[in-house]
Design a protein around this ligand. Structure first.
Ligand SMILES: Cc1cc2nc3c(=O)[nH]c(=O)nc-3n(C[C@H](O)[C@H](O)[C@H](O)COP(=O)(O)OP(=O)(O)OC[C@H]3O[C@@H](n4cnc5c(N)ncnc54)[C@H](O)[C@@H]3O)c2cc1C
Length: 512
C-alpha cells in the first residue's frame, strides 16, 4: 500500500515527467539503483545483477571547467589511473630509448616525442574501455542510464538527461558512488579561467608545453613526472611537503629523483595570480614563503592538482538528512557502507575516510552488492591496502609509514631494516641509483611482525603487489628472510634486507 501511495504521490508530483516502466505489482522498479558508473558503481551493479538483483546504474559526466568530457567508467578509466599509467609508460620509454644506446641500439638523434600521437592512442584505448563497460552492463543485464541522478527519498531517485528530461526510479536500496572531481583554488585570480586540471590533461589535443603543476599530491607528481619524461619543461610548485600522508623519507627520494630527472621544484611557494599575456602565454606570479619575495614566470599551461572535492552537490542529500563530514564534505559511512539514512549506501571516493583508490572501490562495491543481495555478510577490510605512486622512480608501499609506526609504538618499539640497492638494469645504462631504496618496518619484539614495507625502484607496483599478500597474511621479518629470492630482480632485495637503521651501518647493497 505504502508503495502504491508513494507511486500515486509521485505521479501527482511528476505528472509531466517521463516515468520508467514500473512493475506496479512489485514494490519498487529495482532492487538496486546505483548512482555513479565509475570503478565502484560498475563493480557493485554488475555483482548485484549476477546475484539475481534487478539493477540500474546511472552515470553522468559533468564537463570540466574547460569543457572536457568523457564516457562511461568514471575517473580511473577516463581521467585517472588508465591514461595516467599509459602516459607514464610513454615517459619510461623515453628513458628506455636513452638506455638502449648503451645496450647497442643505434638510434639516430634527435629523439623527440609527439604529444598528439600519444594522446590519440591513449584516448582511443580509453574509448574502447568505455565501450567495453557498456557491453558488460548489457551482458550482465544491468540497466544503464546516461542521466544525472539525485535522491528524492530513501527509495526514489530522480534522473535528468542532458536534454532536461526527467525520469523517476524507485529501488529497495540506493547506492551512491559518485566519486570526486579536481578542485580549483578559489582565491587566486585567473586560476580557473586559465588553468587546467587532471580532468583535462589526458584529453588535450596538443602538447601542454612548458607546464607549471601546482600541488604535491601523488596526482601532481605523477603528472609532472610524465610531462618531464616526454621532454616538457615542467615545474612543480609545492606549498609545504610532497606526498602528504606517505612516508616522508620515501617522498624525499621520489622528489630527489625527479629533480635529478629534470623536473624543477619551487618549494615553499604559493601562486598569487595567473594572467594571460597578449602573446597567449600564462604569466604566473607567486610568493616564495622562504624569502618573502614575489616572482613571475611564464608557462604555456598551469595544471592545478590541489585536491579533489566530493561529487555530492547535485544529489539532494541535505533534504534527506544524509550526514556529510563537515571538513571534507564526503558522506559519513559505517563499516558496511551504510549512510545515516536507511537503504542509502555510499562508498568509493565519496565515502569519508575511504582510500581514494580504484581497487578498494571495486572490492567494496562487490562486497556491498553481496551483502545487499543477502549472499554474504563479509565487510570490506580497508587495512593493509597497498598502493604505488607512478612517478619517474616508482614508489610502492603497504602498511604504516615510519612516522606512523613510530607514533604508535615509539622509536624503541620498531626495527627498520633498509637497503640502498642498484637495479641491474641501471648498471650498463649507467643510471644513477641513489634513490633506489627499500625499507621494512617491523615490531621490535617477538616475531618482528612487518608493519610497513616501502620500495622505490622500477616496477614498484608489481613488487609491492606480491609482498602485499604476505603482509595481509601477517608476515614477519623472519618470513621475509625465509623467502627465496628471484635472481636477478629488484624485488629479491627485500628478501635480503638485513641492516637496521638503528645500527647506523652503511645500507648500500654491494655484490650481486
Ligand atoms: C589523475 C588520477 C590518477 C589516479 N591514479 C590511480 C591509480 O593509479 N590507482 C588507483 O587505484 N587509483 C587512482 N586514482 C583514483 C581512482 O581513479 C579513484 O579512486 C576511483 O576512480 C574512485 O572510484 P569511484 O567509483 O568512487 O568514483 P569515480 O570513478 O570517480 O566514478 C564516479 C562516477 O559517478 C559519476 N557521477 C557523479 N555524480 C553523478 C550523478 N549525480 N549522477 C550520475 N553520475 C554521477 C561521475 O561522472 C563518475 O563517472 C587516480 C585518480 C586520479 C584523479
Amino acid at each position: 500500500m505504502a508503495a502504491l501511495w508513494r507511486g500515486r504521490h509521485r505521479w501527482k508530483r511528476t505528472n509531466c515527467l517521463h516515468v520508467l516502466t514500473r512493475n506496479l505489482t512489485g514494490k519498487y522498479d529495482y532492487d538496486l539503483v546505483v548512482i555513479g558508473g565509475g570503478s565502484g558503481g560498475l563493480a557493485c551493479s554488475k555483482e548485484a545483477a549476477q546475484l539475481g538483483q534487478k539493477v540500474a546504474v546511472l552515470d553522468h559526466v559533468e564537463p570540466s571547467v574547460k569543457g572536457t568530457k568523457w564516457g562511461l567508467g568514471g575517473t580511473c578509466v577516463n581521467v585517472g589511473c588508465i591514461p595516467k599509467k599509459l602516459m607514464h609508460q610513454a615517459a619510461l620509454l623515453g628513458t628506455a630509448v636513452k638506455d638502449a644506446k648503451k645496450f647497442g641500439w643505434q638510434i639516430s638523434e634527435p629523439i623527440c616525442h609527439d604529444w598528439s600521437t600519444m594522446a590519440d592512442a591513449v584516448q582511443n584505448h580509453v574509448r574502447s574501455l568505455n565501450w567495453g563497460h557498456r557491453v558488460q552492463l548489457q551482458d550482465k543485464k544491468v540497466k544503464y542510464l546516461n542521466i544525472k541522478g539525485s535522491l528524492l527519498d530513501e527509495h526514489t531517485v530522480k534522473g535528468l538527461t542532458k536534454a532536461g528530461k526527467e525520469t523517476i526510479l524507485t529501488a529497495k536500496n540506493i547506492v551512491i558512488a559518485t566519486g570526486g572531481r579536481p578542485k580549483y583554488p578559489t582565491n587566486i585570480p585567473g586560476a580557473m579561467e586559465h588553468g587546467i586540471t587532471s580532468d583535462d590533461i589526458f584529453w588535450l589535443k596538443k602538447s601542454p608545453g612548458k607546464t607549471l603543476v601546482v600541488g604535491a599530491s601523488y596526482v601532481a607528481l605523477e603528472c609532472a613526472g610524465f610531462l618531464t619524461g616526454i621532454g616538457l619543461d615542467t615545474t612543480v610548485m609545492v606549498r609545504s611537503i610532497a606526498l602528504r600522508g606517505f612516508d616522508q623519507q620515501m617522498a624525499g627520494l621520489v622528489t630527489d629523483y625527479m629533480e635529478a630527472y629534470g623536473t624543477k621544484f619551487a618549494w615553499q611557494c604559493v601562486p598569487k595570480r595567473v594572467d594571460k599575456l597578449s602573446s597567449g602565454v600564462l604569466q604566473v606570479t607567486w610568493m616564495d614563503n622562504n624569502t618573502g619575495n614575489e616572482h613571475k614566470d611564464t608557462y604555456d599551461s598551469v595544471l592545478w592538482a590541489v585536491g579533489r572535492a566530493p561529487e555530492t552537490k547535485a544529489l539532494g542529500l541535505d533534504k534527506l538528512g544524509v550526514q556529510l563530514d563537515k571538513e571534507t564534505g564526503k558522506i559519513v559511512v559505517g563499516a558496511d557502507e551504510s549512510t545515516s539514512v536507511p537503504n542509502i549506501y555510499a562508498f568509493g571516493d565519496i565515502g569519508e575516510g575511504r582510500p581514494e583508490l580504484t581497487p578498494t572501490a571495486i572490492k567494496a562495491g562487490k562486497l556491498l552488492a553481496r551483502r545487499l543481495a543477502r549472499h554474504s555478510a563479509e565487510l570490506m577490510n580497508y587495512d593493509s591496502v597497498p598502493t604505488t605512486v607512478f612517478t619517474p622512480l616508482e614508489y610502492g608501499c603497504v602498511g604504516l609509514s615510519e612516522e606512523e609506526a613510530e607514533k604508535r609504538l615509539g622509536k624503541d618499539g620498531i626495527e627498520v631494516y633498509h637497503a640502498f640497492y642498484k637495479p641491474l638494469e641501471f648498471t650498463v645504462a649507467e643510471r644513477d641509483a641513489s634513490q633506489c631504496y627499500l625499507k621494512v618496518i617491523c615490531e621490535r619484539d617477538g616475531d618482528q611482525k612487518i608493519l610497513g614495507l616501502h620500495f622505490t625502484g622500477p616496477n614498484a607496483g608489481e613488487v609491492t603487489q606480491g609482498f602485499a599478500l604476505a603482509f595481509q597474511c601477517g608476515a614477519t621479518y623472519s618470513h621475509l628472510l625465509q623467502t627465496v629470492g628471484i635472481h636477478p630482480t629488484c624485488a629479491e632485495e627485500l628478501t635480503k634486507v638485513n641492516i637496521t637503521k638503528r645500527s647506523g651501518l652503511d645500507a648500500t647493497v654491494t655484490g650481486c
